[in-house]
Every structure is written in C-alpha cells, then in structure tokens.
Ligand binder design. Sequence first.
Ligand SMILES: [Zn+2]
Length: 333
Amino acid sequence: MRLANDSGACIRHHSASLIIVERSLAMSLSAIAQYIFTDDTAAGRMKTITWLQAQGLLANTMHCNICSTNMDMVQRNREGTQNDKWAWRCPDCSSIKSIRSGSWFEGVRCPLNKLMYLVYSWATKRSLSQAIGDVNVGKKMGINVYQWCRDICSWTLVNGPDIKLGGPGQIVQIDESVFTHQGKNKRGHALPPVWVFGMVDISHAPALGYMEIVDQRDAATLLPIISDHINPGTTVWSDMWAAYNGIGALPGILRHETVNHSRQFITGTGVHTNTIETYWNRVKLSLKAMRGVRRESLPSYLDEFMWRERYGTSTQGAFQKLFEQIAAKHPLP
Ligand SMILES: [Zn+2]
C-alpha cells in the first residue's frame, strides 16, 4: 500500500502495517484497545485502519470509480463525525473516497477508533455507561453499537450451524420460565408476562442451552421446538406440565422421564430439572447486570446469551469471533 499526506508525498507503509498487526496479535485484549483504539492522532487512526484491514473489515485497495486507477491513502483533516483522518484519493483525477467504502462502517456517524472501542467494550462486557464515558460518545451511539453487536449474534445463530442439543446417551432438561419485566402500558396496566421455553444439554459444563420466547405453552407450540433442537437418541427430563405428555412419542426421542415437583425435586431414579433452573438463574442474572432489559429487546439479549455460550466463553474469543462474523455478514465488495 502506498501512503501519501496532503502534500502528495508518499511513504512506504507495508512494513509498518505488518509490525502493527503482528504486535497486536501478541497483545492482550485490553492492550489492543489501549494501543489501537484510543489513540486519536492521525498515526493512531492509521493503526485502527490497518488493524481493520487485516481483519478483512476495510478494503486494502480501492479503485477510482472514474478512471479505475489504484487509489492512494492520504491524510485528511476534515471536521465531522465520520472524520477518520485518512481517505482514498485518486492520483489521476484527485477524487476522494471514504476508507469505509463498502464496509460495515459506512455511514456510521462515529470515528472508527471510537466505534471499535465500543465494540471491544461490548465483547468484554464493559457497561454501556462506562464505555461511552471512556471515549466520550453520545449514549444513543453507544446503544446502537451494542445493538449492532447483538444483531451479529442473532444473525450468526440463524445462519450458523443448526442448534441441536443432546444425542445418544445424553440428557436434555426442559422447562419454561416467566421473564416478567417491570413495565406498564399507557393506561397503567401491568404488561402480560413473557414466557421463555428452554432446553439444556447437561453433558456440558456449564450446561449448554437453547431458548425461545413462546406465546403459548401448549403442546402444539412446545413439541415442534423440542423436535427441531434435539439430536436423535436423547433422553428428555421435565416436570409434569401437561403439554409435555407427547414428548416420548416424538421421533428420535429415546425416553421422556418426569419429576413431580408437587412431591419431590428429584426422583428415586435421579430425574430432576435442577440444571435448567440454574440456567434460568444465570440468564436472569446476566439481564439484571444490564440493568433490566426492555421487553422488545429481550429476544436479542437471549440471542446474546446463547451466542456467548457458543462463541464467547472468553472475552478474547468473543472479540475475535465477533469480527470474523461481521466480516462474514458484511463481505467487502
Ligand atoms: Zn480518478
């Protein structure tokens, strides 16, 4: 890549960018955030750009729309929310293109380094108020970036491998739980409860789950969800909820065993639903840590929880996977 400043003088940039990428790979996540995303100088902004290019999130080369010439990256010091301090410029006709052209970041009214710091903060579960304070951006921008991250989670769960739990010799516990949120409608009436149906595979530690918000808790609603998300040969454990009566007859289910909670918490043969109870507690605690979640946002927070179980058990892993998935969802042209 050829770099030029506003006066047109070019410097070789390739070796410098390689050093940045190599150094960042060996760094801890917090060091990356400090080293790359919080340096507001033009050189600092270039570190963010180079890092994003290495992740496949910004184009490494750009061609002029008018003359098809390979464009140069030049320093630009223009005011504005999208001022990245660098842009592409055609050496022949001098036309300018944003370094964000064709990327996930195109049109977002926030400097790239701050945007990246917010994404990093989401991955490391830093609270929204702390994150926006760290880089001094508006609350609305922070809320949007955190929502975009959860959108990537939802996209990955839908487009990734099918979520299947259990298998031969494995036990899956199922249950429904009410997620009631403080909230009233315009006339002051409490909003109806939100029910979530859940399943956990207890062969994982902690148990690996699947959740879905349900309008009804009848067999017609719950049995198809179980069928869709269970591997053949699984044993299902549940309480005595009537809608579960048909589980044993579902294709692929090896056995359905129940515990009668009006009599006991664990049967003589060891059947219980303690693991999914613990799972509900974990999910609800994580929502509480986000200081409550609006009803309409609940699906995306449940997706985030399921995503972190699968892709983000460490913050470093969450950060890396998120970027791989952003690149997959928004491939460069
Ligand atoms: Zn041109």
